[in-house]
Write a protein that binds this ligand. Sequence first.
Ligand code: CA
Length: 231
Amino acid sequence: MQNERILVVEDEEDIRELIAYHLRREGYEVLQAHNGLDALSLIKEKNPDLVLLDLMLPGMDGIEICRRMKQDPLTRDVCIIMVTAKEEESDQVLGLGLGADDYVTKPFRPRALMARVEAVLRRGKLNKDHAASEDVLEHGPLEINREGHEVYAEGRLVPLTATEFKLLHFLASHPGRVFSRGQLLSRVIKDALVTERNIDVHIRSIRKKLGKHRELIQTVRGVGYKMVASP
Ligand code: CA
């Protein structure tokens, strides 16, 4: 089981380090950013499971980061906990309906923050990844058997390689969600020798083998790939 990856966006170094320390102690992989632009590029590049987002930041504030994350199909589903300096700010942020998963007010007790982090991640998992844990995943005309590493299209076995299977299973486990080539590399392939170009080759091969069901995997121009249940 891969450790969940959390990005801490906070311009005050002491607070950032403190949060990072506690997160690491809980076993999370921690990324850090001290301004909005760095945060946005890290989010796209590293695809964290959760972002702890400080509201007041130099350059671009937390509200704008949140807004941009929700507009981008690549980052829309990343969990967000907003961190605000005052209770009133939390109320205001809440009123904006930005889609953050939770809110924390400074100063906070580290243990309480860890509990919120755990709760948000657990909820996010229930919502998004429940399909990934099923032994047999049904996706439109496909039946994807995780145990046996087999895929059937309308009962016919689709002969995939191990890498192709991993890619197909991952995409089908997140129906409708777009992943960039870089994200597929870091989340599915995890092999330093494989390049983004190879992803295209694998996808092309999967499509060929799917035959008339090839359209289940869709190319999102300039972004990456997603899987739909019916084209
Ligand atoms: Ca701040």
